[in-house]
Design a protein around this ligand. Structure first.
Ligand SMILES: [Zn+2]
Ligand SMILES: [Zn+2]
Length: 261
């Protein structure tokens, strides 16, 4: 069995990027930090850039796509996302380098592609981007679900939570901190809406209801710097889950490497 490793390169509103790979190669989910950071973090775990075989993009907010064009044009990585997200990336004025058609790959929500033994299925998530995608990655019997930047938990996501061995789930804000915090009213409404972000309470509820005994570890991602703390997120989700599931809060800007069992 070729064991998998998961590396969180960065997680939060200042950049998101995750690596999932075996001992030889892997894929990226999102590329929202600079290409040099991605290269450095991968090198630290012994992975050169030519060992990457694809990047799957969740949505076209800048904290998820910063390096997408460089990964395509310089490193010749195929960049997968929906047609709407590709259009959103093309028109995003913060992305100065553009992705050429040769490096664009379409994966519409509901589709499955296989890249070097990684079977990746996509599903729709509600968020205020051009489109937003969750990914379920299956590899040698392990199922790892990625769900970030979502206003609410959908039936489809609940179904995937029940079938996952590993789960990356947004736990963006504490509802009281958001309510009492310094964000302008309109922004508070945006974050809390069903096309905004997922709160600790919403993540906990979904996990308490739908996580199965199969779930080994949940990675809480995209925590707000202003409206959450790692301790609050950890406590709320841990209280909701059974004792066999490990809860890990992903750091915002420092890497975290986990060997998957
Ligand atoms: Zn984001
Ligand atoms: Zn977003």
């Amino acid at each position: 069995m070729n064991k998998l490793r998961f590396l969180s390169i960065a997680s939060g509103s200042s950049g998101n990027s995750y690596y999932l790979g075996n001992s030889e190669y892997g894929i990226l989910i999102d590329a929202g930090v600079g290409p040099r950071v991605i290269k450095k973090r991968l090198k630290e775990i012994g992975v050169e850039m030519d060992r990457l075989f694809a990047v799957f993009v969740t949505h076209d907010h800048y904290d998820h796509i910063k390096s997408v064009a460089t990964l395509g044009e310089v490193y010749h990585l195929p960049v997968y996302s929906t047609a709407k997200v590709h259009r959103g990336i093309a028109f995003n004025c913060k992305v100065t380098e553009k992705l050429s058609p040769a490096n664009k790959r379409l994966i519409e929500n509901g589709a499955t592609v296989e890249v070097k033994g990684f079977k990746v299925s996509s599903f729709s998530l509600p968020h205020d981007a051009s489109d937003n995608t969750g990914y379920v990655v299956e590899y040698e019997g392990l199922t790892f679900t990625f769900a970030t930047d979502l206003g609410e938990v959908t039936d489809q996501l609940c179904n995937y939570i029940g079938k996952s061995d590993y789960l990356l789930l947004e736990s963006n804000y504490d509802e009281t901190m958001l309510k009492n915090g310094s964000y302008p009213y309109v922004l508070k409404q945006r974050v809390a809406s069903n096309h905004g972000h997922l709160s600790n309470a919403e993540a906990s509820k979904a996990l308490a209801t739908f996580a199965s005994n199969r779930l080994k570890q949940v990675f809480l991602c995209h925590l707000s710097k202003e409206n959450n703390t790692p301790d609050l997120a950890f406590q709320e989700v841990s209280n909701a889950l059974n004792t066999t599931t490990e809860v890990t809060v992903l750091p915002r800007t420092t890497p975290l490497l986990v060997d998957l069992k």
